[in-house]
Design a protein around this ligand. Sequence first.
Ligand code: GLU
Length: 285
Amino acid sequence: MNGRYAPSPTGTLHLGNLRTALLAWLFARSAGSRFLMRMEDLDAGRVRPGIAEEQLADLAAVGVDWDGEVSYQSQRLDLFADAIEQLRAAGRVYECFCTRAEIHEAASAAHGPLPEGAYPGTCLRLTEAELASKRASGRPPALRVRAGAERVAFTDRVHGRQEGVVDDFVIRRNDGAPAYNLAVVVDDAAQGVEEVVRGDDLLDSTPRQLFVARLLDLPAPQYAHVPLVLGPDGDRLAKRHGGVTLRDVPAARARAWMAETLGLDLDPETFAPGLLPREPTIWRG
Ligand code: GLU
């Protein structure tokens, strides 16, 4: 099944990110499939110059390779705009003028089926007059998709059956950038990605992504959300743990550590694929 790794070029990849990338690569390559590399560089405020190149070099250094050219989401804006237009034409899109603080306040007052932190639908209920005055205020709106707290279920290869309630999430940010939850779906489908292997911090985003794929009539990939690497304090690995990037650790040592922590019996120099069991019990927990 065709796979991919899709980093955001906002900072140096740490060994946990590289391990996730390696797993994604192993899943694809051990099945004889294509593996693609995509830079998710839509968040102009967080993208840092030179980081994409550094990330690609680090991925190559731990043995990850990819088919074809690296794709950059910032060069595919038309694709995302078309998808947003399709949702709008289907009557699924509305403007949202809420600030973060307003959402937080409204969300904590709201009761109902939505999970914590979900958008409570404030701007869906604006009257025509309220909408006109918000538009006149000059604050540019974000665009949200109307999901109506639909339940979406899927089966994850690592976590098993999952179910989530989908809120009216943002598909275009108020700075005009397509939102991650939209772009990732459109791009995975456009690039023929069949299996998404990524960190399990994104497990909760998956129902939203499956929901938008269905609205756009796009094929849904399979998912495998793999455990993040934690620091000695139990928090997810971060710079403050020290010695966690290829700036600090030689690539050969990093590869050996990855093979060991994944319980993979691979040559730590070459990571020759083909030895990965298809049942991912070895890296559970
Ligand atoms: N670009 C996202 C990130 O770096 C990952 C997207 C994905 O794998 O779906 O967190």
